[in-house]
Design a protein around this ligand. Structure first.
Ligand code: HXC
Length: 530
């Protein structure tokens, strides 16, 4: 039955009124049926199908099903358009409440006008009031052109509420179509953004507008495909398809508390604190040669429950790993240098990636485990021109202002600014451990010897034995300075432990820190250099 064939009845007795309600609800559910097929043909689900795929079956409660834009707003457009381009409401994910909205690309390209904005803000406010996550499914051309400034106001209202909810409830955005304008500014301000291969694109202005304004020819994919956005750090996870995206977000929510006053779910997996056969494998991970590569994810997998690590932003600043895992059934945020990329050096992107992750964990009571193997900050003109000073300092600043339990393990290098920025004792990390392979110093052997012994090396070069002298000086420097023991003597390291003891020592530290309470001096908020 099409919408025009549905019986109309606005007067009469109770039965007629109930029939009229049924008619209106049916009109709302049908949406714009011609466009639904278009949506399916593109490999995309409709808004309602998406919500059903995401939430626990049968738990969705729709709000504002009968909302629509003001009569006459669209001239001759006679479509009734109940729902007006977005489906909103709440339901459960793994039995826990979640507020949700899904933009409906079949209605004016999912664009946001006054009524759509009001509907989204209403469920956001509900999420803030009850303290549950808000998950937004975005598939939208941005501000609805026909509604003019009312559309801009709607987006600004959404933006205001994202700011209000930030650090109060987890906010997750799925980008599931060609999203532009306000449809990407909003998600960018939320905690987590997910895209899908092939079907999702996001950009501030689309290819047509760019061609009209600048004459630049650019494809959808180049401009806003998942790989462009993942490399830019705009996306936390790129899913293979929509189902994968929903699965990932469900898993993500299982690691998170519902709000900032809550604890993340505890899967109750406290273990006997004894070294098991698996732990011994860690003793062989660090290569004997100081510059040989190894994969830090191997270390993480040894330490966390079932080796499961929910990595985020994998394609952005791969020299620093961030993600969530569990230790003894409880969520922990992991931040770790990755020697496989740039030898684990910190650059602008890594610093911003790490700082934002620390703030995310700190806002939601998630303890932070830092694994260190860092040769320092990446030297170079490009980095300095890009603002390394201002942007690189964000990482240590984030540690300085975090109040959750923090544990750091130095597994190999901790040189210079890298030592200071990767969760050292002086930024008030609670427990600092180091492996006997740790090299904690101002700089590595090569660099230190060339600064400290320049004159001796020049003399040796004149005598023709500079290579021998350099190697001997480096070996002596490394033996004396590149160890964990000087730091341990000063109490900057609480304990030097065998790698195989790490899982147990971290578990003990986190158990002990569960009741940590820390408040700083009274202030409105800190002022991180943005
Ligand atoms: C009204 C819109 C619309 C919009 C798309 N449509 N965007 N209607 N307002 N912003 C409609 C189209 O007219 C079309 O209607 C239907 O949605 C599908 O759009 P198509 O273009 O056919 O789809 P597709 O080829 O997939 O392209 C999708 C798109 C493109 C890339 C999103 O539509 C596009 O570039 N739209 C404009 C994007 C943009 O520049 N937005 C910025 C707005 S400014 P019919 O009836 O034909 O099906 C902004 C600022 C916010 O958002 C500020 C916040 C403070």
């Amino acid at each position: 039955m099409t919408t025009t064939e549905l019986p109309r009845s606005t007067a009469g007795g109770t039965a007629a009124k109930i029939a009229e309600l049924a008619r209106r609800r049916e009109v709302s559910r049908q949406g714009s049926m011609a466009s639904v097929e278009k949506q399916h043909a593109k490999g995309k689900l409709t808004a309602r199908e998406r919500i059903e795929a995401f939430l626990d079956p049968g738990t969705f409660v729709e709000v504002d099903e009968l909302a629509r834009h003001g009569a006459g707003a669209y001239g001759d457009d006679a479509r009734e358009l109940y729902g007006d381009g977005v489906v909103t409401g709440y339901g459960l994910v793994s039995g826990r409440p979640v507020c949700v909205y899904a933009q409906d690309f079949t209605v004016f390209g999912g664009s946001v006008g006054e009524r759509v904005g009001q509907k989204i803000v209403k469920v956001m406010q509900r999420a803030i009031d009850v303290g549950c996550p808000i998950v937004g499914i975005n598939d939208s051309g941005g501000a609805r052109i026909q509604e003019g400034v009312a559309s801009l106001a709607a987006y600004a209202e959404i933006g205001y509420h994202i700011g209000l909810a930030s650090g109060v409830v987890p906010q997750v955005s799925l980008i599931l179509g060609p999203c532009a304008g306000g449809a990407v500014y909003g998600p960018a301000a939320t905690d987590i953004v997910v895209m899908v291969e092939k079907t999702s694109h996001q950009f501030v202005t689309g290819p047509d507008v760019i061609r009209a304004v600048t004459g630049e020819q650019v494809t959808f994919e180049e401009l806003g495909g998942p790989s462009t956005n993942a490399a830019a750090g705009n996306v936390h996870y790129v899913a293979a398809d929509e189902k994968d995206a929903f699965d990932w977000v469900q898993t993500l929510l299982s690691y998170l508390p519902s709000n900032n006053l809550d604890e993340a779910p505890d899967f109750g997996a406290e273990t006997e604190l004894e070294i098991v056969a698996d732990d011994l494998g860690l003793n062989a991970v660090i290569p004997d040669e100081p510059n040989r590569l190894y994969d830090m994810t191997t270390v993480i997998q040894y330490l966390v429950d079932d080796g499961e690590f929910l990595e985020m932003q994998a394609a952005f600043a791969p020299n620093l790993l961030v993600g969530l895992a569990r230790l003894e059934g409880r969520t922990v945020g992991i931040i770790a240098n990755q020697p496989m990329h740039l030898s684990g050096a910190l650059d602008i992107d890594a610093s911003e990636k790490g700082a934002r992750f620390i703030q995310f964990c700190d806002a939601f009571n998630i303890p932070i485990l830092t694994l260190v193997d860092v040769p320092g900050y990446l030297p170079g003109l490009e980095q300095e021109r890009g603002g390394l000073i201002r942007r690189g300092v964000k990482l240590s600043f984030a540690y300085a202002t975090a109040t959750v339990p923090m544990v750091t393990v130095i597994v190999r290098k901790a040189y210079g600014g890298g030592y200071a920025s990767m969760g050292c004792k002086h930024y008030r990390v609670d427990t600092n451990l180091a492996w006997p392979t740790a090299e904690i110093a101002v700089m590595g052997g090569e660099a230190a010897v060339s600064v400290l012994f320049r004159r001796q090396l020049q003399e040796a070069a004149a005598a023709g034995n500079d290579e021998y002298v350099r190697d001997a000086l480096i070996a002596a420097y490394r033996a004396e300075k590149c160890t964990p023991y000087e730091a341990a003597e000063r109490g900057y390291i609480d304990a030097v432990i065998a790698p195989s003891e790490t899982r147990i020592e971290v578990a003990k530290a986190l158990r002990m820190l569960r009741t940590k309470r820390k408040t700083g001096p009274a202030r409105k908020h800190s002022n991180i250099p943005l």
